[in-house]
Write a protein that binds this ligand. Structure first.
Ligand code: ATP
Ligand code: MG
Ligand code: MG
Ligand code: MG
Length: 464
């Protein structure tokens, strides 16, 4: 089954069960300044769960575009290195707003997987929250799941959109890709491997977490589910990695051509094929590269893609060239992407030209520092100098260190950074902390210095 067919089969299945098909929304959440990007299918329905946005239906289904590259759900560092994580992906979901609850949600999911898609039951593994005896009974007594393939876990089975908002215990369904792939079942010490891949999460929405952390009961218990289209496509197409599915083939080929690097299993090429999707869709939804907030995250993703192209030997701007292949692949399902494609190309090219100069210079300096290195720890001062004086982004230094198996002295870097911030604060007549500008989800840890790093990058570009 092709990705487009799976998307359609899902929506039709739930439409037959009385769900209204709701079109995908923007990646920029219209109703929620606390959230960086739409990171799950439930985001456009947040206020419906909270009882603040009455709709003419109590059951809905959608194929929602999602980005997870910042905030609570941040998969940026996984991309290219696991078989299953993207920055941009499509989440298929069914929702009940105070209508059906656990029993039907579980039954619908099981029927869709085992009957509509015809997946073998022995390959499906299930988890529920440690406290959820009700869901356990449904899985064991009604569905008849083999207790060997069932377990109860803690944090992994409590889902939340962000630090605040609707949340609740969940039940996750995993597909076993077989013993050729390394990894253990959910809850085992090897669960981080890629053998047992989570395909669907059923969330039993019961609470609204407020800013103080308190769980307040929702007006009515509801259902929110999310299934990754690319992961299910991998299962249905008999391949292990998401990057081997139909949707990615042409993108990878285009990336190979544009960078002049032929091996489509190379992590860098996969990173590029992944990143063109998030970047193009973010621009489609009105985000532009900038030095703060959403625009800054976009800039970071673009620069990460460029860096990987650079690593593969691309010496000319290449990233913008992938828009044509993306349009061919996804423009039918997303006419708004097709319409924006010229603008996307322009924005990306400009960003590529600007970044190329900074990157060349910083790479040379980093390589020199690594060659001279005594031992296997890159000192925090070096990392800081690279980013502060030469505008070389921290995450790129981290990436290069990971590839060279060199540890980066992050604590030392943080110290330098803090010291510099203190100096900046003392010097500023306003005493403003600019890192707050991208603190959209209450997580200051990383975003702060990346923002500052970028300020430095821009300064370096201007200065060079
Ligand atoms: P994982 O544990 O594999 O990181 P998750 O538990 O974070 O996944 P959920 O928040 O439950 O994922 O999202 C619902 C579904 O969306 C997942 O079951 C998966 O199929 C899909 N999904 C989640 N994150 C990604 C991603 N980064 N790329 C592709 N699909 C994803
Ligand atoms: Mg995750
Ligand atoms: Mg999970
Ligand atoms: Mg999950």
């Amino acid at each position: 089954m092709k990705s487009a067919e799976i998307r359609q089969a899902f929506l039709s299945f739930f439409e037959k069960q009385g769900h209204t098909i709701v079109p995908t929304s923007s990646l920029v959440p219209g109703n929620d300044p606390t959230l960086l990007f739409t990171n799950a299918g439930m985001v456009p329905f947040k206020d419906v769960f909270l009882g603040r946005d009455p709709r003419p239906y109590v059951r809905a289904t959608s194929a929602q575009r999602c980005v997870r590259a910042g905030g609570k759900h941040n998969d940026l560092d996984n991309v290219g290195y696991t078989a299953r994580h993207h920055t941009f992906f499509e989440m298929l979901g069914n929702f009940s707003f105070g209508d059906y609850f656990k029993r039907d949600a579980i039954r619908f999911a099981w029927t869709f997987l085992t009957e509509t898609l015809g997946l073998p039951k022995e390959k499906l593994w299930v988890t529920v929250h440690i406290s959820d005896d009700e869901a356990e009974r449904i899985w064991k007594d009604d569905i008849g799941i083999d207790p060997e393939r069932f377990s109860k876990l803690d944090e992994d089975n409590f889902w939340q959109m962000g630090d605040t908002g609707p949340c609740g215990p969940s039940s996750e369904i995993f597909f076993d890709h077989g013993p050729e792939v390394w990894g253990g079942p959910p809850g085992s010490p090897e669960e981080d491997g890629d053998r047992y891949i989570e395909i669907w999460n059923l969330v039993f929405m019961q609470f609204d977490r407020d800013a103080a952390g308190t769980l307040n009961p929702l007006p009515k218990p509801s259902i929110d589910t999310g299934m990754g289209l690319e992961r299910v496509a991998a299962v249905m197409q008999g391949v292990h990695s998401n990057y081997e599915i139909d949707l990615f083939q042409n993108l990878l080929k285009a990336a190979a051509e544009a960078t002049g690097h032929g091996d489509t299993t190379t992590p860098s090429l996969r990173v590029i094929a992944d990143h063109i999707r998030s970047c193009a869709f973010l621009i489609t939804d009105g985000v532009l590269p900038s030095n703060e907030g959403r625009g800054y995250v976009l800039r970071r993703i673009i620069r990460r893609a460029i860096r990987h192209g650079h690593k593969l030997g691309a010496s000319e701007p290449f990233f913008h060239k992938l828009v044509t292949a993306l349009d061919a692949e996804m423009g039918d399902a997303y006419p708004e992407l097709r319409e924006a494609s010229e603008q996307i190309t322009r924005v990306l090219l400009k960003e590529e030209e600007q970044f190329a100069r900074t990157l060349d210079h910083g790479m040379g300096l980093l390589n020199a520092a690594l060659e001279e290195l005594q031992g296997d720890v890159l000192p925090g001062e070096t990392v800081f100098k690279l980013y502060d004086t030469y505008g070389f982004p921290f995450d790129l230094t981290a990436d290069v260190c990971r590839e060279r198996e060199v540890t980066l002295d992050e604590a030392g870097f943080q110290r330098e950074l803090e010291a510099q911030r203190e100096r900046a604060r003392a010097a500023s007549q306003f005493g403003a902390d600019y890192s707050a500008a991208i603190d959209l989800e209450g997580e200051t840890q990383f975003t702060g210095y990346e923002h500052l790093a970028d300020q430095a990058t821009v300064t370096a570009i201007v200065d060079s």
